[in-house]
Design a protein. Structure first.
Length: 267
């Protein structure tokens, strides 16, 4: 029997983590969401008796402490695996290259605020809030969902010069993961930055501009991986990610790994 807590669990990859983990009735799955009443996630509470919806906002430290307290009441004060999946980006600035970013302090802070609030600040607050539970868990694993868009070799080979705030935030997340791994190693806690791949999380019909953007990205990514056909599903991504998490040990703690479990193939 294992216990898992997933932030950002109301949609996309987070919701798929909940679904796949809940399929094993021996697991206790804690879905940390801003709105437990959201229809995107509340259905799981009815479908799976081992899923517990907990109110928590990764950008609000007080909210995370309350979420950790609620989680402890359910699990008896322990937690095996924490998956920090929360993510937010400023879509309007995503197409911009570094030289095109706003040349004023307020404008620049606004577009960096969303990814930093979830990846950097939220990563620290989430980890620290749930750390007392992890210390008492059996597996003692903390996983931050990152991105290969923060990997310098992929950036160079693909020529992806946009998505700057998102990529910078994920790069900061990767450094924090390495720092946590070093600090927590004496306690037997393993910490990992995990890239889920190029995942299709879009819900509903994609507008033409999104399809065009994805087509352009595919050509760039094929410069890195010529056999790439397109995005993978959330189901495939999470299935592979869970295999990587299962194999996480002291040797790989502190690294950024792909859904394939290595640091060489990212897509």
């Amino acid at each position: 029997m294992s216990s898992y807590a997933i932030t950002g669990a109301s949609k996309g990859i987070g919701r798929e983590f909940v679904r796949q983990l809940a399929a094993n009735t021996a697991n206790t799955v804690l879905a940390i969401v801003r709105d437990p009443e959201s229809p995107d996630i509340s259905e799981f509470a009815f479908k799976y008796s081992n899923v517990h919806l907990i109110k928590g906002d990764a950008t609000d430290p007080k909210s995370l402490l309350e979420a950790a307290s609620a989680a402890a009441a359910i699990t008896g004060g322990t937690l095996d695996v924490l998956i920090h999946n929360s993510n937010a980006i400023d879509l309007a600035s995503t197409p911009l290259n570094p030289s095109q970013l706003p040349f004023d302090a307020e404008g620049l802070r606004v577009i960096f605020d969303k990814p930093f609030s979830t990846a950097i600040y939220g990563g620290i607050w989430t980890t620290n809030a749930f750390l007392p539970l992890i210390e008492k868990g059996a597996q003692k694993k903390i996983v931050h969902i990152s991105s290969a868009m923060a990997e310098s070799q992929l950036i160079k080979k693909s020529g992806v010069s946009y998505a700057v705030p998102y990529s910078v935030a994920k790069a900061g997340m990767n450094v924090q993961v390495a720092k946590y791994a070093v600090e927590l190693a004496p306690k037997g806690i393993k910490v990992l930055a995990l890239s889920p791949g190029w995942v299709d999380t879009w819900e509903g019909e994609k507008p033409p501009e999104v399809l065009q953007a994805h087509e352009a990205m595919l050509k760039q990514f094929q410069a890195v991986q010529p056999d790439l056909k397109g995005q993978i599903s959330s189901e495939e991504s999470v299935r592979k990610c869970l295999q990587v998490i299962e194999r996480l040990d002291a040797e790989t703690s502190g690294l950024l790994l792909s859904q394939h479990g290595n640091a060489t193939r990212w897509l």
